[in-house]
Design a protein around this ligand. Structure first.
Ligand code: NDP
Ligand code: GDR
Length: 362
């Protein structure tokens, strides 16, 4: 029997990689996308199948995590063997601007899906994956962080994800649901949203290299993160739902770098020698050859409460799931830089030919 999966957040970074993985594993994949005034399926367009063709294996449904009516209807229609709840307002800084919406989609959205499983009597059929996060550790209470480290969330995003985390544990214990939390540390890729720090850096430096942009403005250069590749991490999501019993797992590389080090690694890939001067809010990064300023700190990007350091211990996932990250930090940076350089080259060519290109950066 073909397995059927339902992915919320299928248009996001992880949704795209997971859909690809599940299709390659022979699944019929259903995804929930939001209605937008423009097409918003860039990341999954290569997977698109014409719904008029016979037996499509990749099917999209309009829906929103803030609307339980559509969630119940879609779950009823799809009767999924596995639900991957990846949909979320996932930007930590934005969650300070839109805390109520973040709670509605990230916390209550998760509850709505768990209830949909129950209301439809699918407790024995449908397995549930929740996209939990290292942001739960926030102001960290132990180093490195594992499945037993206490949580201390530091943003409306993290507080919302804390609610979702415990809702999953509670539904597992109360109703016997096969439901898992994947506590994933930061994972990146060329598909990463442009306003997360890694992609912001690789995209801006590629554009600076080609003369399309002057300066990259960043916030806290000292923040430390455990960065992996999204393709490796969606494999762990899938593995969690293939076990005999549902459990929660930390997924991380066990290595840590600062935002400054990520910037330096991207510069190395681009053949730029960066020299730092100043400290704190007045720190700047200069091109050692030309003397041009490449990077400047802008306090606008500081957060009201910051997560200064995260470092995961993935021992449990290694031992029980047989999971290992395959892509190193340097290979991740190289891939992101390569892809952003290609798209900057396209923009530069258009500009040379007299076409105006979009120059938005945040
Ligand atoms: P993205 O921001 O790339 O994708 C989020 C997805 O959720 C998009 O498809 C977005 O749709 C969708 N979405 C947002 N709000 C709603 C809503 N109200 N209803 C339905 N869908 C919605 O995130 P990632 O792919 O990076 O992350 C996937 C999940 O994993 C998220 O839950 C995130 O919080 C969590 N996570 C991510 C980590 C990371 O490092 N990437 C680490 C740990 C956890 P649209 O395209 O229309 O905006
Ligand atoms: P994070 O990712 O908050 O860890 O959440 P992000 O890339 O936004 O920030 C990482 C660190 O970099 C610092 N930083 C900046 N961040 C952004 N976005 N823009 C900047 O200009 C900048 N300058 C410095 C931040 O302060 C922070 O310390 C991501 C999301 O994917 C979440 O959904 C997920 O749960 C966690 O990772 C794990």
């Amino acid at each position: 029997m073909t397995k059927r999966a339902l992915i919320t957040g299928v248009t996001g970074q992880d949704g795209a990689y997971l859909a690809e993985l599940l299709l390659s594993e022979g699944y019929e994949v259903h995804g929930i996308k939001r209605r937008a005034s423009l097409f918003n399926t860039d990341r999954i367009d290569h997977l698109y199948q014409d719904p008029h063709e016979a037996n499509p294996r990749f099917i999209l449904h309009y829906g929103d995590l803030t609307d339980s009516t559509n969630l119940i209807r879609i779950v009823q229609q799809v009767q999924p063997d596995e639900i991957y709840n990846l949909g979320a307002q996932s930007h930590v800084a934005v969650s300070f601007e839109s805390p109520e919406y973040t709670a509605n989609s990230d916390a209550l959205g998760t509850l709505r899906l768990l209830e949909a499983i129950r209301i439809l009597g699918l407790e024995d059929k449908t397995r549930f994956y929740q996209a939990s996060t290292s942001e739960l550790y926030g102001k960290v209470q132990a180093v490195p962080q594992n499945e037993t480290t206490p949580f201390y969330p530091r943003s409306p995003y993290a507080v919302s994800k804390l609610y979702a985390y415990w809702a999953v544990v509670n539904y597992r214990e109360a109703y016997g649901l096969y439901a898992c939390n994947g506590i994933l540390f930061n994972h990146e890729s060329p598909l990463r949203g442009e306003t997360f720090v890694t992609r912001k850096i690789t995209r801006a430096l590629a554009r600076i290299k080609l003369g399309l942009q002057d300066c990259l403005y960043l916030g806290n250069l000292n923040a430390l993160r455990d960065w992996g590749h999204a393709r490796d991490y969606v494999k762990a999501q899938w593995l969690m739902l293939q076990q005999a019993a549902p459990e929660d797992y930390v997924i991380a590389t066990g290595k840590q770098y600062s935002v400054r080090q990520f910037t330096e690694a991207a510069c190395r890939e681009l053949g730029i020698d960066i020299r730092w001067e100043g400290a704190g809010e007045s720190e700047k990064g200069y091109d050692a050859k030309s003397g041009a300023c490449l990077v400047a700190v802008d306090p606008r990007y500081f957060r009201p409460t910051e997560v200064e350091t995260l470092l995961g211990d993935p021992s449990k996932a290694r031992e029980q799931l047989g999971w290992e990250p395959e892509v190193s930090f340097d290979a991740l940076v190289a891939e992101m830089v390569r892809e952003d350089l290609m798209s900057a080259e396209r923009d530069e060519l258009c500009r040379r030919q007299g076409f105006q290109t979009f120059d938005y950066h945040e």
